[in-house]
Design a protein around this ligand. Structure first.
Ligand code: NAP
Length: 289
């Protein structure tokens, strides 16, 4: 299940919608804040910025120094909260240790929280209300829809319970809604042996952040695999000295599964497409206020 072509189609649709918003004097705008020099964060922010430009979202990245104080960052977010031309605010995580991620996430206006990390939006998601859904689980659901794999009535097993991937996806999948309504099991480091759980999965999600968390013998024949993990492994033959792999042993599992997402090119592009979508949704809401 390639994510790239699906993400490209979504971006084309968004570009059309954005052109029409422009004609009505609405210019969707995303403010991205990057603190420090984390190389992976820089790559992610660059990809987001490029995608915004491609579809016509006005996007600006503010690069703050590694030693930025929490109050300075808070003040910048507050400025964007008050600015009516800003529809989305994204603070790239992780933040340096002197800054409380909790306080910063809570300082972004829930109305501009296009990452869907604010506790109000997380609460709304859990309550089944309309809200910003975190981009990665939103992209995973969208990918299932694109490949016509309906989770309804199936057993979804999620390995990983983080607030940005595993937990929101599990919540989404158990809801009595379309492209959901599944039976859900969530595994984590307290689960012990994963195999008895993963072998039951019709749809298996790997979001643990470790290569080879899922190997062929852990997969039920015919299962659908969503590999969310992005891990750097040393590879002297690669020009950068490393390559990216998921949490699933792709080579072993691809012959057992009926469908599997690649890394890279699977969930990653969908995550970015959902960020753009959330920003356009926000712009639409603001122009109706
Ligand atoms: P995280 O915050 O580190 O959470 C990892 C989760 O996996 C935790 O709940 C942890 O359990 C669980 N876990 C770790 N090792 C495990 C094991 N051996 N067995 C069972 N459970 C295990 O990570 P995250 O932010 O959710 O990200 C997960 C992966 O997805 C990372 O590789 C990340 O880079 C990638 N990611 C990709 C995208 C994308 O767009 N493609 C977006 C976000 C994240 P505990 O709760 O018990 O610690």
């Amino acid at each position: 299940m390639e994510g790239k072509p699906v993400a490209d189609r979504i971006q084309q649709e968004l570009a059309e919608e954005i052109r029409s918003l422009h004609q009505h004097g609405v210019f969707p705008r995303l403010e991205v804040i990057l603190v420090g020099e984390n190389p992976a964060s820089k790559v992610y922010v660059g990809m987001k910025q490029k995608a915004c430009e491609k579809v016509g979202i006005r996007s600006n990245t503010t690069n703050l120094a590694q030693n930025t104080s929490e109050d300075e960052l808070y003040a910048l977010i507050e400025r964007f909260n008050q600015d009516h031309s800003v529809h989305g605010i994204l603070v790239q995580l992780p933040l340096p240790p002197q800054i409380s991620e909790k306080r910063i996430i809570e300082s972004v206006s829930p109305l501009k929280d296009v990452d869907g990390f604010h506790p109000i939006n997380r609460g709304k998601l859990a309550a089944g209300e309309d809200t910003f859904i975190p981009c990665t689980p939103a992209g995973m659901q969208e990918l299932l829809r694109a490949y016509q794999i309906n989770p309804a009535g199936r057993h979804v097993v999620v390995v990983g319970r983080s607030g940005i991937v595993g937990m929101p996806f599990a919540i989404m999948m158990m809801q009595k809604k379309s492209w959901a309504n599944a039976t859900v099991t969530v595994c984590h480091t307290g689960s012990g042996d994963l195999k008895p759980y993963t072998r039951q999965a019709d749809i298996l999600v790997a979001a643990a952040g470790h290569p080879r968390t899922i190997t062929a013998e852990m997969v039920k024949p015919g299962a659908v695999i969503l590999d969310v993990g992005v891990n750097r492994v040393d590879d002297p033959t690669a020009s950068r000295g490393y390559r990216l792999v998921g949490d699933v042993d792709f080579e072993g599992v691809k012959d057992v599964a009926s469908a599997i997402t690649p890394v890279p090119g699977g969930i990653g592009p969908m995550t970015i497409a959902m960020l753009l979508k959330n920003t356009v949704t926000s712009a639409n809401k603001f122009c109706k206020l």
